[in-house]
Structure formats: structure tokens, C-alpha cells
Design a protein around this ligand. Structure first.
Ligand SMILES: Cc1cc2nc3c(=O)[nH]c(=O)nc-3n(C[C@H](O)[C@H](O)[C@H](O)COP(=O)(O)OP(=O)(O)OC[C@H]3O[C@@H](n4cnc5c(N)ncnc54)[C@H](O)[C@@H]3O)c2cc1C
Length: 640
């Protein structure tokens, strides 16, 4: 399998396998917590590579980036350094779904992230394929002890974080032509899956796809709708000074497929590896290929196509909305039916990629393997899809690998605290049969989990694990104090119903006051807001924009927020009810058979997690609750 065995034998604290979006966050977290860390990649030129869409963020994904930043991760800062267009999405809707999305200069994104990794203390970047995990048996579990690379070099360590993305036994399909490579023709990683299987780790095949890249000079933009960035740019990172990123932006373009496009696709479905059954892996329902769209949404006479620049130093344009694995000639014919692409030249063909990944039910919410101590994983390898989902998991896996070595409490975020909590809980609790993509609809407490308050929700946790500096933490405390004080002031500041006030309200189309009212009550009126009230609120303090934003949302949505906080109380009660891992479900006779099987297979850590396992009914949860209470009682009596 491997070349002449290298004599190299290194000792470090953590080995991170993969320098994609997950691996970068995991490696930086471990190194920043003072642990000697090595991060492996098959090519150092592909650090934080964006093999698909040239943007970071978007609906719910923007929330994840903000949360990663609030906890001390790097993605938010890196996109603030390298964006070429920025837009706040869904601003016509409520703040819960406002989501930032930024177009990245892909080459610069990789360059800047590489620079951060290469200059991080305690971190070594290594171009080498990890082919084997080393481990020993410890009581009834395995314990990881190191990794071996293709050259036979051995890196002994106390924890390993697997972030291998779309590279394990990867193969790329473009019609009938198949290449056994990773994305963008990079080397696939073909040995590690066998080593994982030998350790009893279950693997499965997933797939995803990407559209073609066009030569921008061959595109006729006059036939498309130009899409502009926002005038005022909002940063992703809470540490980025908004004034420092106001700059000229590039445009994206909107066009559509048409019946001719759909006809070409329908006529060639037999040559599609998806429909010809060549592709084994399961693809993401929420990121369908154009073939899938034409077949599954046959009633639609057109689909949106977004033409997005890949960077400032290239003419390559990304054709968003038309990922495909149809043969090259069919691709050219179908793309050339799209208005503006009539004479397009394809720089890179569209293709689908298949790869090995795990069923994340093998993981605890810490992202550590249940059966292998010290082995953690994050990203696409866990069955998710997307740069942002990967970064979020990589950060948590990295933090918890470090916490396990430093013998500190692991960081587990729950569904009421963050989108990261929803993401990880869904991955490790639900039976995901396709790549998991985050959506706002997945977060039941989304009014509390807004992207604008990620720092207020998570920065303290980032500080407690040691990734947020004292200065940034104190800045947060000041912000919290300013928000509380201003809300209290607006609630206690009563304005009279005098003529001047009535004239002011009339001028803003707002109904007259019958008696005095607090400024907070006025802000709750849909036609009024904090800014509009400035003329009648003369002694207001000058506050930063982000503080004003919080004050306004907290006041305007107070009722909804309070209701959701009450729901969270109920939820937390169930999460707090821990289930001991040595529980014998077979001993609980009144549990239904299906529930017993699911609980034994799954071994949930709390009653809350048990209640989210499909096949475990509320009645089973009541049985379990009674059993646990009786068990606690008898244990207390024994102690007594
Ligand atoms: C063709 C394609 C289409 C995609 N389409 C979409 C889409 O439509 N929507 C979407 O949300 N996401 C899409 N993605 C997914 C997106 O790219 C990933 O979600 C994201 O890159 C995952 O990040 P990651 O860190 O988990 O893995 P990756 O970014 O894949 O990084 C994996 C890293 O692991 C390294 N590596 C792997 N195995 C080894 C080994 N054995 N030894 C050493 N290093 C190793 C690699 O060198 C690389 O650095 C697509 C990806 C591809 C390739």
C-alpha cells in the first residue's frame, strides 16, 4: 500500500485530518488553546478550498457563520477579509430570518486562511495523506493513539479530528467519464476508509454536485438582471470594524432556464449518471441538480440561474442553480439555451462527486465517537453539506478534542442556544439519509437564535473555553449593559399626549395617543421605530448601531420572545434529565420493543434527546422518566 516506510515518528497533542472548512476551524481551535497540533491535507494549495458556490452565508448559513465567530472561530473574519459582494437577505421579513451572504474571492479566501494557519502558534500544516488511524483497546472501548501517513510516517497524539470532506474514496462523474479524484481534480484519499472500517466505524456513500464554470468574456450580461450588493456592508465578524469594510463591490447576474433547456435535459436523462443508476451515493434534496429540478418540478417552466464571479483575478463565472453530472456535450447544449449564455465557453465542466462519510449517530453531541475515545469528527464527513455547516462542526469538534486533553468540561450547545446546537443535535440524533443542509425551519426557537445576537448568546461560552480574549469579552459585557440600560430607559420614559406629540404621530401615520405612553410602547407600533422617535426622544444617549438593533428587536418582538423563552424552559427541563450510559433498556419491560431497540442502538444522553429519536413515542418517554426517577430514588436510599 505505502512507499518506502519513513522513519518519521512525531509526538503531538492533536492530529486534524483535513484542512477544509471544518479542519481549519478544528486545527485553529486546538492550537489557540495551546495544544501542539498538526493539520493534514492532500494539498496545502487547497486549504479552505471552496469547490462549489463562491459565497459564504445565506439563509440560516449566515447564522452559523456568526455563531462560529462569536465562539472564536475564523470563518467570519476570513470572509470579511475576502468578500467581493455582500447582501443581507430576507430584510423584508422578520429579524429571525435576516441572513447575511457574501460573495467571496475564492482564491483570496484560500490564501488568507492559509496565512492564518501558517502563522498560528502551536500549529503545523502538513501536506500528506493520512492512510491509517492507530489505536489501542481500553476497557470496552478503543482509544485512538495516532495516525500513519502514506509515506509511513507516524504522528502519535492524544486526539484525532477527522474532517475529510468529500475526499474519502472520492470519484467524480461527468456523464460517462469518471475520474477517481477529489474536487477540482485533487487527489482522493483512498486508504483511510478501510482503516476506519477495521475499527468498526460504519461508512456510507453520499454525493453532491456542482455546476460548470464559464469564461465571463463569453457571457452576454445585457440579457440578465444585475444583482447588486448592499450599499452599507454589514460584517460577518463581531470583531470586524464595519467602517473598515465599506468598499466597491462586484455584481452577480440573474437569468433563467427555459423549456428548451428542460427539453435537452429530458432527452438526455439516460446519459445522466444519476438517472442511469451509475451514481451510488445519496445527494442533497435541498441542493438539487438541474436534472432533478426538471424531473421533480416538471410543472415549472423556468428555474433561476445566478451567474456569480469566482474572484477578482479571474474571468471564471459560477452558474448557480445548474449543477449537473450530464455529459460535457449535453452540458454545453443546455447552458447555451439560457439567455446570456448563448455563446458561453465552459472553463470547468459540471460534475457530481461521490465520497465516503459516516452516519453521525455514531457520535455524541460532543462530536466524539461513542466507541472510540479521543476520536472526533466534523464537516461533510459527518453527513452534512455546506462550508458553514462544516466550519461549525469543525470548531466544536476541535474545542472538544482540546477539552478532552485538558480534562475540562466539553462544550455541548443545545437547540435553544444556537443553530450549531440544532445542526449537531439533528446530525447525531436524527436518521439523516442524505447530506444535511441547515435551514431556518429546522430551528424551532429561531426567534431567539437570530444572526444579530449570536455574540450575546455564545461569546461567553467562547470566553469560558478560552477562545475569546478578555478584551472581546469585556466589550460584550459593555454591550449587554448598554442594551439593558437603554431598554429600561425607553420603558420608563413616558411621553405625554400633548398636541405636539399628536402632530408628530400624525406625521408618521400613527394613531393619536389617548394618554401618556412609554417610548418603548411607541416603538412597538409597526409604523414607528427607534430612529423615527429621535426627534421626541431628546435625551437619548448616542449608541452603536448594533446596540440600537438589539434594543429595537427586543422591544418590538418582546411578546414573541417571551413566549419562546417559556417554550425553552420546557425544553431545557427534558435536556437536564440525563440518562446514565450504563442503563439496561431491556430491563424496562413496559418500554415498547421498537423504542427499546432504538434506545439501545442510540444510547441518548438525555430524556430530551431520547424524545427526538424517531420511533420513541411520548409514552415511551413517560415510561423512561418514571424508571429514571425510581432509579435515582433507590440510589439515594442506598447512599442513605
Ligand atoms: C463538487 C462539489 C459540489 C458541492 N456542492 C455543494 C452544494 O451544492 N451545496 C453545499 O452546501 N455544499 C456543496 N459542496 C460541499 C462543500 O464543499 C463542503 O460542504 C465543504 O467543503 C465541506 O467542508 P469540509 O471541511 O467538511 O471538507 P472539505 O472542504 O472537502 O475538506 C476536506 C479536507 O480534507 C483533506 N483530506 C481528506 N482526506 C484526507 C486524508 N486521508 N489525509 C489528509 N487530508 C485529507 C483534504 O485535503 C481537504 O483539505 C460541494 C462540494 C463539492 C466537492
Amino acid at each position: 500500500m505505502m512507499g518506502k516506510v519513513s522513519e518519521i515518528r512525531e509526538q503531538v497533542d492533536v492530529c486534524v485530518v483535513g484542512a477544509g472548512h471544518a479542519g481549519c476551524e478544528a486545527a485553529l481551535a486546538c492550537a489557540r488553546l495551546g495544544l501542539e497540533t498538526v493539520v493534514f491535507t492532500v494539498s496545502v494549495d487547497s486549504i479552505a478550498l471552496m469547490p462549489c458556490n463562491p459565497n459564504i452565508g445565506g439563509s440560516s448559513k449566515g447564522h452559523l457563520v456568526r455563531e462560529v465567530d462569536a465562539l472564536g472561530g475564523e470563518m467570519g473574519k476570513n470572509i470579511d477579509r475576502t468578500f467581493i459582494q455582500s447582501k443581507m437577505l430576507n430584510v423584508s421579513k422578520g429579524p429571525a430570518v435576516h441572513s447575511l451572504r457574501a460573495q467571496a474571492d475564492k482564491a483570496d479566501y484560500t490564501r488568507q486562511m492559509r496565512k492564518v494557519l501558517e502563522n498560528q502558534e502551536h500549529l503545523t500544516v502538513k501536506q500528506a495523506e493520512v492512510c491509517e488511524l492507530l489505536w489501542t483497546q481500553q476497557d470496552d472501548k478503543k482509544k485512538v493513539t495516532g495516525v500513519k501517513t502514506f509515506t509511513g510516517a507516524i504522528y502519535e497524539c492524544r486526539a484525532v479530528v477527522l474532517c475529510t470532506g468529500t475526499y474519502l474514496k472520492a470519484r467524480c462523474l461527468c456523464g460517462e467519464s469518471i475520474t477517481y479524484t477529489g474536487p477540482n481534480g485533487l487527489q482522493a484519499a483512498n486508504y483511510l476508509p478501510d482503516s476506519l472500517r477495521e475499527m468498526g466505524i460504519e461508512l456510507r456513500r453520499f454525493k453532491t454536485g456542482t455546476p460548470a464554470r464559464m469564461d465571463g468574456r463569453s457571457i452576454d450580461y445585457s440579457k440578465m438582471e444585475e444583482q447588486f450588493g448592499d450599499e452599507r456592508i454589514v460584517p460577518f465578524s463581531f470583531s470586524t470594524d464595519p467602517e473598515s469594510i465599506q468598499k466597491p463591490q462586484v455584481s452577480c447576474w440573474l437569468t433563467y432556464t427555459n423549456e428548451r433547456t428542460h427539453e435537452i435535459i429530458r432527452d438526455n436523462l439516460d446519459r445522466s449518471p444519476i438517472y442511469a443508476g451509475i451514481i451510488e451515493g445519496t445527494g442533497p434534496r435541498y441542493c438539487p441538480s438541474i436534472e432533478d429540478k426538471v424531473v421533480k418540478f416538471a410543472d415549472k417552466d423556468r428555474h433561476q440561474v445566478f451567474i456569480e464571479p469566482e474572484g477578482l483575478c479571474t474571468n471564471e463565472m459560477y452558474v448557480g442553480g445548474m449543477s449537473s453530472s450530464l455529459p460535457e456535450d449535453v452540458q454545453l447544449a443546455m447552458y447555451r439555451t439560457v439567455p446570456g449564455l448563448e455563446n458561453c465557453k465552459i472553463v470547468r465542466n459540471a460534475y457530481a462527486i461521490e465520497y465516503d462519510c459516516i452516519n453521525a449517530r455514531q457520535l455524541f453531541p460532543t462530536l466524539e465517537f461513542k466507541e472510540v475515545k479521543g476520536l472526533f469528527s466534523g464537516g461533510q464527513f459527518n453527513g452534512s453539506s455546506g462550508y458553514e455547516e462544516a466550519a461549525a462542526q469543525g470548531l466544536i469538534a476541535g474545542i472538544n478534542a482540546a477539552m478532552s486533553i485538558l480534562e475540562k468540561e466539553p462544550l455541548i450547545l443545545d437547540r435553544s442556544e444556537s443553530y450549531i446546537g440544532v445542526l449537531i443535535d439533528d446530525l447525531v440524533t436524527k436518521d439523516n439519509r442524505e447530506p444535511y443542509r441547515m435551514m431556518t425551519s429546522r430551528a424551532e426557537y429561531r426567534l431567539l437564535l437570530r444572526q444579530d445576537n449570536a455574540d450575546l448568546r455564545l461569546r461567553k461560552k467562547g470566553y469560558e473555553v478560552g477562545l475569546i480574549s478578555q478584551t472581546d469579552y469585556e466589550r460584550l459585557l459593555v454591550k449587554e449593559e448598554l442594551i439593558d440600560r437603554e431598554i429600561r430607559r425607553l420603558k420608563s420614559h413616558i411621553v405625554g399626549a400633548g398636541q405636539e406629540m399628536q402632530n408628530f404621530l400624525m406625521a408618521h401615520g400613527s394613531s393619536a395617543l389617548k394618554t401618556g405612553s412609554s417610548l418603548a410602547e411607541l416603538i412597538c407600533r409597526p409604523e414607528l421605530n427607534y430612529e423615527i422617535l429621535a426627534p421626541i426622544d431628546t435625551d437619548r444617549p448616542i449608541l452603536p448601531r448594533d446596540v440600537v438593533e438589539q434594543v429595537e428587536i427586543e422591544i418590538k418582538y418582546e411578546g414573541y420572545i417571551m413566549r419562546q423563552l417559556r417554550q425553552v424552559e420546557q425544553y431545557k427541563k427534558m435536556e437536564k434529565k440525563k440518562i446514565p450510559q450504563d442503563i439496561d433498556y431491556d430491563a424496562i419491560s413496559s418500554l415498547r420493543l421498537e423504542a427499546r431497540q432504538k434506545l439501545k442502538e442510540f444510547r441518548p444522553i438525555s430524556l430530551g434527546q431520547a424524545s427526538r429519536i424517531s420511533g420513541v413515542s411520548p409514552a415511551d418517554i413517560s415510561v423512561l422518566l418514571i424508571y429514571l426517577e425510581r432509579r435515582n430514588q433507590s440510589e439515594t436510599e442506598i447512599k442513605l
